[in-house]
Design a protein around this ligand. Sequence first.
Ligand code: AMP
Ligand code: TRP
Length: 332
Amino acid sequence: MTRIFSGVKPTGHLTLGNYLGAVRQWVAADQEPDEALFCVVDLHALTVEHEPARLRRLSRQAATLLLASGLDPERCTLFVQSHVDEHTRLAYLLECTATDGELRRMIQYKEKAANAQAAGDGVRLSLLTYPVLMAADILAYGTQEVPVGEDQRQHVELTRDLAVRFNQRYGHTFTVPRATHPAVAARVMDLQDPTSKMGKSHESGAGIVYLLDEPEVVRKKVMRAVTDSGDGGVVYDREARPGVANLLDVLAACTGGEPGELAGGYQGYGSLKRDVADAVVELLRPVRERHAELAADPAEVERVLRAGAGRARELARPVVDRAYAAIGLLGR
Ligand code: AMP
Ligand code: TRP
């Protein structure tokens, strides 16, 4: 039985990138006889400017959307990070394992710190230590596999390094996890700026497909996607034609084909975009419909989250207690 853990930050509305890069893999894992935990990592949303009421709304919405995407609370554990104290308890021990230099090298830290500075906001200290909290999220559960998009590769590498270092210094305590990525669409790009990742927040949402966008909005965003000039028809070339490659990746992820082969079936960009739009609308339709039903019964979502936190606590507690003992702290 494989132990699986992954999380999503409630910093904005969930996107097609979240769905194809991560959530769809979670739903697939949830069908196997694995012990899988999925977490709305709300503490991570506090690392950048935030608004308390919006965070509450987005946390509820993220949990509701994960259920709407097909996670079955009978088969996996769905919970909110801040409901389980073990994450922050373990993070401190891992802060005593990680080095300052190691954290300053994280690509996401450098990017986000630069953004915060450009906006005139201070860089929160938690933005620097964030990957350590993420490592605690993963290691607290004896996780073996972490299904994530490509952008999280470096953070999972750091998690592995910390686990190995802790084990070497203090004796075997943590399972060393590995990241898993989807075969296609591990990095869905912004439709308006195909050289940057489709993230939850961009000044204009024009290049981002949100899971709850109306079908007409999805169509418009896809039809207006930036493609590349150049002749030679539709070819799959991520370097030279990032816009078209991104559309082919999304199509492949939705329909199950292979992006290079799908390219051969198109003469022009117009028909490709129409097919992508149709495929995405169909992919998201059941998610939107189920979300509407679940959102009408917030008490049920809350019940699922409460039960999930109880189960998560049971699993994390002994692992974190072991780490406290191994590092030399007296038992309580
Ligand atoms: P985040 O929204 O940063 O909390 O990401 C939650 C999960 O979605 C992580 O596993 C990310 O790697 C994944 N993810 C986010 N954006 C994308 C994207 N544009 N393409 C593929 N995966 C993504
Ligand atoms: N850092 C991840 C992201 O930005 C979210 C995350 C937090 C996570 N803790 C995690 C993902 C643990 C996997 C496992 O997407």
